[in-house]
Design a protein around this ligand. Structure first.
Ligand code: 8YV
Length: 312
């Protein structure tokens, strides 16, 4: 008998196809009534496959007395209650490393688009203004600027490598200092003060909630730029919106938002913001690799082999 697995949300289709072939999957996201669904399947379910903000909370775990493993499609596990999983002896896996390069590419694309205003310049051309109004306005260079990396983990290091190739100087802040050739700042305010561009690459969750607040944005100042490829929760979003409107920082490049997929409409009118719909890891190659890790962790668990990428 195939192990029974709940799909909390729909997943990258090629991944979901394999999951549904290899396991006895139940689509919770299609259930008309979640309680009835959990009453019917909950007692037999041994695995959960999840993706994105629905994650897996303690209430879901409580409804699954035989639950052994939660396999996440994504490196960030902020939507999974890790304490509840640990307390119940439930394993949690994620998909680290395979997305580092793509997410870092997106970080640099946001830095480039923010400083060089390429989206606005393209819009200038598409609107016919090049011929009618003349060349697009001058923008800002990356070379010689300082990039402050808030959260120098595996993705942060991939961002730093790229920024070096663009002629930028790297500084960083982490809870713990690392053995790297970059200058360390003891807190996010100091990092923002020393940086021209602050890029947020921390994990999400309670520990980093609103880490980038008005004090950090004040330290970044009217010539400073913010880029966020981490989680919307790490930035105080209403404060950021106000600072952008009032030009108290020069601009922001955002791939993530506090309440995805809802983006406060105030952002749409801003010329000093570059906005992406959480696409950092969204290439076919990277999503395939992420899916393969999610599948392989489930396969290994149910055949008694060590997990590839356990979180708890
Ligand atoms: C995905 C991500 O879009 O891996 C992560 O943590 O943020 C992205 O790669 C995510 O799985 C969807 O929320």
């Amino acid at each position: 008998m195939k192990p029974e697995v709940i799909l909390v949300s729909s997943i990258f289709p090629p991944t979901q196809e394999v999951l549904e072939r290899e396991f006895s999957c139940h689509r919770m996201y299609e259930a008309a009534d979640r309680e009835t669904f959990l009453r019917e399947f909950g007692p037999r379910v041994r695995g959960v496959a999840t993706y994105g903000p629905p994650g897996a909370n303690a209430a879901l775990m409580d409804a699954l007395p035989k639950l052994e493993i939660i396999s996440n499609f994504g490196v960030g596990v902020d939507a999974i209650d890790l304490t509840a999983a640990k307390a119940r002896g439930v394993a949690v896996t994620n998909t680290p490393d395979v997305l580092n390069e793509c997410v870092a590419d997106t970080g640099m694309a946001l830095v480039l688009n923010l400083l060089r205003k390429f989206p606005q310049a393209e819009n200038h051309l598409r609107s016919g203004y090049w011929a009618s109004r003349g060349p697009y306005a001058f923008t800002r260079s990356l070379g010689g600027k300082t990039l402050g990396v808030l959260g120098l983990g595996r993705i942060g290091e991939a961002v730093a490598r790229r920024a070096l190739a663009f002629g930028m100087t790297i500084r960083y802040h982490n809870r713990n200092r690392k053995d790297v050739p970059y200058a360390y700042d003891p807190d996010p305010v100091a990092l923002a003060r020393n940086a021209d561009v602050l890029i947020v690459v921390t994990p999400g969750g309670a520990q980093t909630s609103k880490l980038v607040d008005s004090r950090v944005l004040d330290a970044l100042g009217p010539d400073g730029y913010l880029v966020n490829i981490a989680r919307g929760s790490v930035v105080d979003e209403p404060v950021l919106l106000r600072y952008l409107r009032e030009k108290r920082i020069a601009g922001a490049g955002l791939d993530v938002f506090a309440d995805e997929p809802v983006v406060p409409s105030g952002f749409f009118a801003l010329d000093n913001a570059v906005l992406l719909p959480h696409v950092a890891s969204a290439t076919v190659e990277t999503r395939t690799a992420m899916g393969n890790l999610q599948i392989e962790n489930l396969r290994r668990h149910f055949s008694g082999q060590p997990l590839l990428t356990p979180v708890v």
